[in-house]
Design a protein around this ligand. Structure first.
Ligand SMILES: Nc1nc2c(ncn2[C@@H]2O[C@H](COP(=O)(O)OP(=O)(O)OP(=O)(O)O)[C@@H](O)[C@H]2O)c(=O)[nH]1
Ligand SMILES: [Mg+2]
Length: 449
């Protein structure tokens, strides 16, 4: 338990219906009672019951409010927690926070309430991160993933894997302790398939792309030659005139972005400058940015003009997209066709070709469906945070290494990698965690959570 009592404004800055100032720590009740005067005769507050009253600065009324005390351990942090519900003005909440500090509280750091909930054993580290994901969720998909994680989805998957690994480690320990009684070859034959199976199980839960999409949405770049209709497509998808559209090739210089929601997922669209060789230094910069956007995107839409024959630059683009997550969008389907889906398909086999007309939004349904599919992440995925995926993949690498060592050297020498795998798994739940990692995780939180 922490000796200091922390305080922060828990609600978002600015004006609102209600603002909440929150305290946690051994002096939460004491500090609350120094600045809160309950209406009526209540002198001590009942735990978990809202009490009407006033915040006082000496004899001056600062605000009319409701206060609640949640005595340990039945609170978010498992410490004594007090919350004061004020009128939602930033001056009031700042002044009440200042009063809390004047009465002995210290200002909470980012995520410090949740950090205490973790340190006091109420939630594990993956659940603490789920709280942050829940707050950051912009769509139904990431919200659902955060709810599953908060309920312990990732934790139970990792704990099960850790238990399997403990059993394997126990076998290795027996091998080391009783070398005369246990046959090395038999032990290796027993150990290796189990280690490999666990590595495969962990790897199957590691989907970096899915974890990234859940956290930040699907990043889509619209790329292609000048004048094929990339900006028109951006505008049509967003349903607003975001980018400038003209019949002049090279209209878009800088990147133009916009977000849309499809099937509960957030999609970030980036319209880029037309890819072509140019002497214009401004356009050159635009083309360089377009190439960067293409590299960084989760998905590239290669836009072609169906009313024109293929250009060398179209071919170059399609060649550059080999092996990437991409689709071909044949635009200007309302004009007499020169380029067919089959022509486009032949250049990049296996990649979907979607025929649209940016000037007619009614033709975009198959493209929208495709984007929604690309942004959809299985709700069976156990690990939904990039940090967890990285640690689980590291654990799997150590397991592969352990299997190799057991095969080529000896079973007992595999124990080092097995231990490293165990530590990597413990990082996810926070069972084994360094202060620096906690600082990194909780540093991303807002103050007051
Ligand atoms: N008929 C028809 N014209 C279109 C369609 N989409 C775009 N255009 C026209 O094509 C021209 C170029 O459109 P833009 O959206 O500016 O093309 P872009 O690919 O962004 O061009 P740059 O910014 O120069 O790279 C404009 O005159 C648009 O009105 C379409 O589906 N059908
Ligand atoms: Mg454009």
């Amino acid at each position: 338990m922490n000796a200091e009592t922390i305080a922060a404004i828990a609600t978002a800055p600015g004006q609102g219906g209600v603002a909440i100032v929150r305290l946690s720590g051994p002096r939460a009740e004491d500090i609350l009672m120094k600045l809160f005067r309950p209406a009526g005769k209540a002198s001590a507050l009942s735990s978990h019951l809202l009490t009407y009253g006033h915040v006082m600065d000496g004899n001056t009324v600062v605000d009319e409010c409701m206060a609640v005390l949640m005595r340990a351990p039945r609170s978010y942090t498992r410490e004594d927690v007090a919350e004061i519900q004020l009128h939602g003005g930033s001056f009031i909440s700042q002044r009440v926070l200042a009063l809390c500090l004047a009465h002995g509280a210290v200002l909470a750091g980012p995520g410090e309430f949740t950090r205490r909930a973790f340190l006091n054993g109420r939630i594990d580290l993956s659940q603490a991160e789920a709280v942050m994901s829940l707050i950051a969720a912009q769509g139904a998909q990431s919200h659902q993933a955060a709810i599953r994680q908060l309920a312990g989805g990732a934790s139970s998957f990792i704990r099960k894997a850790a238990d399997t690994l403990y059993e394997i480690q126990a076998g290795v320990a027996a091998c080391i302790d009783y070398p005369e009684e246990i046959d090395e070859e038999e032990a290796a034959a027993d150990l290796i398939p189990r280690v490999m199976a666990l590595a495969v199980e962990l790897e199957s839960a590691c989907d970096e792309r899915a974890a990234r999409i859940l956290q930040t949405g699907l990043h889509v770049a619209l790329c292609g030659q000048p004048n094929v209709g990339k900006s028109s497509l951006l505008n049509a998808l967003l349903g607003e005139e975001r980018a400038i559209v003209t019949p002049i090739p090279g209209t878009t210089r800088d990147m133009v972005t916009g977000d849309m929601m499809l099937g509960g997922s957030i999609i970030h669209l980036t319209d880029t400058a037309g890819l072509h060789a140019t002497d214009d230094p401004v356009e050159q910069l635009g083309v360089a940015r377009a190439r960067r956007a293409m590299q960084e995107a989760d998905l590239v839409l290669a836009v072609l003009d169906a009313s024109h024959p293929l250009h060398d630059e179209d071919r170059e683009l399609l060649t550059a997209l080999q092996g990437r997550s991409c689709a071909i969008v044949l635009n200007k389907a309302d004009l007499p066709a020169v380029l067919s889906s089959a022509d486009a398909s032949a250049l990049l086999p296996g990649v979907p070709v979607l025929s649209v007309s940016a000037s007619n939004p009614a033709t975009l349904s198959s493209l929208k469906e495709y984007l929604a599919q690309q942004a959809a992440v299985s709700d069976k995925l156990a690990l939904t945070q990039p940090r967890h995926v990285e640690a689980a993949r590291r654990a799997a690498r150590h397991l592969h290494q352990a299997a190799e060592t057991a095969q080529s050297l000896s079973v007992d020498m595999a124990s080092v990698d097995l231990q490293s795998a165990q530590l990597a798994l413990a990082e996810i739940t926070g069972d084994e965690v360094e202060e620096q990692l906690l600082d990194r995780v909780f540093g991303m939180f807002c103050v007051g959570k």
